[in-house]
Structure formats: structure tokens, C-alpha cells
Design a protein around this ligand. Structure first.
Ligand SMILES: [Zn+2]
Length: 300
């Protein structure tokens, strides 16, 4: 299923786990998460607090490497956090909460909590517009199943083909990254702010012929026609985003069975993250202190 080496001591030995996490979190050495100082930080003796605690002489606060990360204020051992994180990152289609629960040897509810924390950490906050001069962005929407009987009566609707579906809208840069959004409808009112905030104006934007997303947004529609006109026929395709949606949908159907509307945006963040970090994750999993990149370990 995955490329995770389960014999790696970071998954069983608390000291190895802590050292691994500190190396990712503090590549330049320990610093104070409260005042940002390096020089005033000293490790505390392990006796009273337990190992992994540091003290800052400047602001007189104590902390571990987990402060400010998605692992902060958790009683779950770091070995388990690292294993859960690596399993979720390394599996192309994702890992179900039941699998995590069995593999971690932790209660189902704990595994569920951990999975959502990790997904939250995968979400990129306020990223700058993607694309630019000479870049092509493919955009499209897809429908993700949700079970009607699990919804409140007032929230049920007939959806597409009589089956209620949630709408995921995505933009994927060719040779670059994917961004997905859970949207209520494909109206221009819904899509325009997303397209404006997420896509650099200089990008060429492509959608398939039936793409309601494009038709809904007049400004981009024009730029799309223009872009397609400039391109040879072979460039005006949406193979990239179709490939992306197929991975996402297989993951959601086979691993998660169904995803509740409430949590869809977190699952989309998980698929975006794995797609966007695919080369880093494949090359260096599970060890290598510089990968995965530290920013996603930060909470927010
Ligand atoms: Zn400090």
C-alpha cells in the first residue's frame, strides 16, 4: 500500500521520534516559539518535565518542538503521530480511519481525531495566485457522492441524476500544483471570487467544452477563448485535471466510502497536498529531516 518503512525507529522509539521531529521543525537549531530567539534557548534537564523540553531565558517560557505545530497539546505519542502522518502522505489514494486505527493500535476515535488534525495541517492557507505568463491552468468541477440519509432533511436535495452530490471545483496547473474547493454551486457568483483570487491573470486557462465553470465567469471565459485560439489543438485539453479527479474519486470511493459534506474540504486538502508534494514524498519517505517541508507541520 505504501512506501512507509514500518521498521524505522521513529515509529517505535520515543527518542528517535522526537529527534526526527525536532530536525524537521528546527533545521537551524532549537528556537523559542514565543519570542523567536535562538541564543537564549537551552534544553531542560529531563528529570521533572521529561525529555524534549526547552527553556527560553529571555521570555522565561518552556516549550517543546510540538508547540505551534499540529501535534501541540496532544497526549498521543510522537511515534504514533509520525506513523499516522507518514501513512497518510505515502498512500496515493489515502488511508481510511479504520486502517489507521488498526495500524496505530489506538482507539478509532483517536485515529479519527488524528486524521483530521493531519488534514488540517495539509491545508495551505491563503496561497498566492497560481500560474502566470506561459503557464496553463486547467479548471473543472466534479461531483462527489454523499449519502442523503445522513443529512438533515432540510439539507437534502436531488442533485445530479437523482443522487445527491457535493461539488468539488479544482484548478490544476500543468506540471504544477492543484487546488480544490468545496462549492455550493457552479454559478459565476460562487466561482468568480475563487478564480480571481487563485489564478494569476497572465495564465492561460483551459476547461473542457462542457465546463460550466468557465461559462459562469465572463472575464475568464474571454481569456480562455483567447488562449485556446493561440494554442495548437493538442494543447487545449484537460487531461491533467481529469487525471487528478480520477485519483481523488478513486480515493474517496474506495478508501473513505463516502465523505460527509461537513468534512469534504479537509479531504480535498489532503488530496491536493499529496498531489502537490508527490515528488518530495516519493523520494524521501519516510526519513530525511528536510522532507516533508516544515510549513505544513505548522498549525493554523
Ligand atoms: Zn523566548
Amino acid at each position: 500500500m505504501t512506501a512507509v518503512d514500518l521498521t524505522n525507529p521513529i515509529f517505535t522509539d520515543p527518542d528517535a521520534a522526537r529527534a526526527h521531529f525536532e530536525a524537521i521543525r528546527w533545521p537551524g537549531g532549537a528556537y523559542c516559539p514565543y519570542c523567536g530567539q535562538f541564543d537564549t534557548v537551552k534544553p531542560l534537564g529531563g528529570k521533572s518535565m521529561g525529555p524534549g523540553w526547552y527553556h527560553c531565558k529571555d521570555c522565561r517560557r518552556k516549550f517543546t518542538a510540538a508547540v505551534g505545530s499540529i501535534y501541540e497539546r496532544s497526549h498521543i505519542p510522537m511515534t504514533k503521530w509520525l506513523l499516522a502522518t507518514h501513512l497518510m502522505c505515502a498512500s496515493k489514494k489515502g488511508v481510511s480511519t479504520h486502517q489507521l486505527h488498526r495500524m496505530l493500535g489506538l482507539p478509532y476515535k483517536t485515529a479519527w481525531f488524528m486524521a483530521h488534525r493531519i488534514r488540517e495541517g495539509m491545508r495551505e492557507l491563503n496561497p498566492p495566485p497560481t500560474g502566470g505568463e506561459g503557464k496553463t491552468i486547467e479548471i473543472d468541477e466534479t461531483y462527489v457522492g454523499g449519502k442523503e440519509k445522513n443529512k438533515h432533511r432540510s439539507k437534502r436535495h436531488s442533485g445530479v441524476g437523482g443522487v445527491a452530490k457535493e461539488i468539488a471545483f479544482a484548478l490544476v496547473e500543468r506540471g504544477g500544483k492543484a487546488r480544490s474547493f468545496h462549492i455550493a454551486d457552479v454559478s459565476g457568483k460562487t466561482l468568480r471570487p475563487i478564480l480571481t483570487a487563485q489564478i494569476d491573470d497572465a495564465s492561460a486557462v483551459v476547461s473542457d467544452d462542457g465546463g460550466r465553470a468557465l461559462g459562469a465567469c465572463s472575464r475568464l471565459h474571454q481569456s480562455v477563448n483567447h488562449s485556446i485560439g493561440e494554442y495548437v489543438r493538442g494543447e487545449a485539453h484537460t487531461n491533467t485535471i481529469e487525471g487528478y479527479f480520477s485519483i481523488m474519486k478513486r480515493g474517496i470511493v474506495r478508501v473513505y466510502h463516502h465523505v460527509s459534506a461537513q468534512h469534504l474540504k479537509r479531504y480535498l486538502a489532503e488530496f491536493d497536498f499529496r498531489y502537490n508534494e508527490r515528488s518530495a514524498l516519493n523520494v524521501t519517505m519516510p526519513s530525511g529531516p528536510s522532507r516533508p517541508s516544515p510549513q505544513w507541520l505548522a498549525s493554523g
